[in-house]
Design a protein. Structure first.
Length: 154
């Protein structure tokens, strides 16, 4: 079995590598030919570096002005239902829109509730307070059999 010369460790010596990378100051690498001789090195290697600006994150959290407590986003409890096991239920998008031109099978599918995935559930948990995460006991709750799930990782 032949081993490439760069990975051959039995001899302890590595074969010399040819310099295949062009130097960083070369304007052909950075693509910035008009300011190559006059600009600083930071401007020349900036396209090669990853962006240092913070990326936007949609984990919206509101705080009250008086006490500084976290507040829930009001649209989350209106649109979603949280089960005690940590899953969130929602309606399908467009279930009330333009029903006159939808087929009966599609209308039937739109009436169904669906579970949110793990990423969405974590996001919705961040957007609500502990008040919406506590267990509620309702008389004749239609979701009673869904509140407790076994072998479920959320």
């Amino acid at each position: 079995m032949s081993v490439p010369p760069l990975l051959h460790f039995a001899t302890g010596a590595r074969s010399p590598e040819p310099n295949t990378r062009p130097p960083l100051l070369d304007p052909s690498v950075t693509g910035n030919t008009e300011c190559a001789p006059r600009c600083g090195i930071l401007h020349r290697i900036q396209p090669l570096l990853p962006s240092l600006a913070p990326q936007p994150i949609r984990s919206l959290t509101y705080y009250s002005l008086k006490k500084g407590k976290r507040k829930s986003v009001k649209s989350v409890p209106k649109r979603f239902l949280r089960l005690h096991c940590g899953l969130w239920l929602r309606r399908r998008a467009g279930y009330k829109k333009k029903l006159w031109k939808k087929l009966p099978a599609r209308k039937r599918r739109l009436k169904q509730h669906v579970f949110c995935n793990k990423t969405q559930s974590k996001l919705l948990d961040k957007m609500t307070t502990s008040f919406w995460k506590r267990r509620n006991w309702y008389v004749d709750d239609p979701y009673q059999k869904y509140h407790d799930r076994t072998n479920l990782k959320v």
